[in-house]
Each structure stands twice: as structure tokens, then as C-alpha cells.
Design a protein around this ligand. Structure first.
Ligand code: ADP
Length: 238
């Protein structure tokens, strides 16, 4: 059964149609990158999966259940957005462990899991600091850790690595690859960076002007681009 299904999903803001009739299935364990230039509707599509925007038409299913009109909290999702808002008054450890706390996990289990995820992202030594006391890149990794600390049915990412320097970005990519292989995480990941999509995705949905113009594994998108737009965007082999 598909983990996430879009059935004729559309979104307009007033007279501006931003997402035009998307229908696709994301399989269980698939890591799908929504790839396309700025303004093509990637974030809006992701926000509809999250429940932060309502489609103007169509349905969204998660695990076979119609969630189109369900609030975000009833969707069993984890989200990492660009603006990685950490709670400023909580330490990093409290921030990362927060999703476990609200679910009532005992304090010892919370500490262990928080340390484990923070260590993988190389911020395990910063758990007593406040967000204002660490760098932007470290804040972003803390936000990633907070999203990953509790297992979810689907993980949603909006350019989560965009503020990291090149070295950390490669490390975080490797970490996400490892998660993908080890726990078979199902993810929808927004990026405008084709190299990132090639490295992370099991399937890429290339978007142009609110439509998915190709939905295929990375190598196929690269070798057999469906349109000249896709060819230009992903870069053809020489
Ligand atoms: P992307 O993530 O691919 O850059 P977005 O989904 O953020 O694209 O935006 C697609 C288009 O929708 C843009 O033209 C943007 O200005 C417009 N848009 C996004 N959110 C809103 C909103 N709340 N109200 C009006 N227009 C919006």
C-alpha cells in the first residue's frame, strides 16, 4: 500500500494556481525528492501533506486513510522546515527530546535516545546549550535531530540542509542515506538542488509550474529525462 497518495491535488491562492492536478503514489520506504526551480510549487505541495495548507481540489491519503481535512497533529508526520525554529528558552537537549516528552516517554528513555541522535549529528556535546549559544548549522542539525528522535510514518523535509556548509551537508546527506537504508524511512524531501536529489532519492518527482512532469528513480530521470525542461534542469549526461 502506498504511504502517501496524491489524488488530483490542486492548490490555488486566489486566482494564482500554484499546484495543478498532482496524482502520484509514494511507496512505503520510498525517499521521494520534489525537485524543481524556485516557485514551482514544491513547498506548497509539502505543506498540503503536512496539513498546513488545504488543497483546493483532490485528496491526500496517508497509509490509505484520507487525511485531506485532518489537522497536522493527526497525521503521524515529522517535519523539518527551512527555518528550523527551535524553542529559544529550552536547551538543545530539551528541544530534541521534546517530541518524546509530549508522547509521555520516561525521562531515561528520552535522555538515551536524545543523546544517540544528537551524537550521530555531532551535536551530542552541546545538549546543555541554548539555541542562541550555538551556530546556525548546529541549530539546523538540532532541528533535524528533533524531527528524527521519534519514529514517524512519514518524514517531511523542506530544504533542511540549505544552511549547512558543504562538508556538513555531505555528512548530513550520508546520515539521511543511512537512515533510509537502515529503517527504510518514508520521506518527502523538497529541494532545488539536483545533486542532492540524485544522492538521496529513491524516486524523484520533477516539478515545473505546479505540475509533476516526471516521477522516476534518479538514474532514469538523468538518463531519460521526460521533457526538455527536465533535461535542462537535471543536466544531461555528456
Ligand atoms: P517552491 O517551494 O517550489 O519554491 P512554493 O510552493 O513556495 O514554491 O510557491 C509557489 C508559488 O506559490 C510562488 O509563486 C509563491 O509566491 C506562491 N505562494 C506560496 N504560498 C502562498 C500564499 N500563502 N499566498 C499566495 N501565494 C503563495
Amino acid at each position: 500500500m502506498a504511504s502517501v497518495s496524491f489524488e488530483g491535488v490542486q492548490k490555488a491562492f486566489g486566482t494564482l494556481t500554484v499546484v495543478r492536478d498532482i496524482s502520484l503514489d509514494i511507496g512505503d520506504g520510498d525517499f521521494v525528492c520534489l525537485l524543481g526551480p524556485s516557485g514551482c510549487g514544491k513547498t506548497t505541495t509539502l505543506r498540503m501533506v503536512a496539513g498546513l495548507e488545504q488543497p483546493t481540489a483532490g485528496r491526500i491519503l496517508i497509509g490509505g486513510a484520507d487525511v485531506t481535512h485532518k489537522p497536522p497533529k493527526d497525521r503521524n508526520l515529522s517535519m523539518v522546515f527551512q527555518d528550523y525554529a527551535l524553542y529559544p528558552h529550552m536547551s538543545l537537549g530539551q528541544n530534541i527530546g521534546y517530541p518524546l516528552k509530549v508522547r509521555g516517554a520516561p525521562v531515561e528513555a528520552r535522555r538515551g535516545r536524545t543523546q544517540e541522535v544528537a551524537d550521530i549529528l555531532q551535536i551530542g556535546h552541546l545538549l546543555d546549550r541554548l539555541p542562541s549559544q550555538i551556530s546556525g548549522g548546529q541549530q539546523q542539525r538540532a532541528s533535524l535531530a528533533r524531527a528524527l528522535v521519534h519514529p514517524s510514518q512519514v518524514y517531511l523535509f523542506d530544504e533542511p540542509l540549505s544552511n549547512l556548509d558543504a562538508k556538513l551537508r555531505l555528512e548530513a546527506r550520508a546520515f539521511l542515506n543511512h537512515l533510509q537504508r537502515d529503517i527504510g524511512m518514508t520521506a518527502v524531501y523538497v529541494t532545488h538542488d539536483q545533486a542532492e536529489a540524485m544522492a538521496l532519492a529513491t524516486r524523484i518527482a520533477v516539478m515545473e509550474a505546479g505540475e509533476v512532469v516526471q516521477y522516476a528513480p534518479p538514474l532514469e530521470v538523468y538518463r531519460r529525462p521526460a521533457t526538455t525542461f527536465v533535461a535542462g534542469f537535471v543536466g544531461n549526461p555528456p
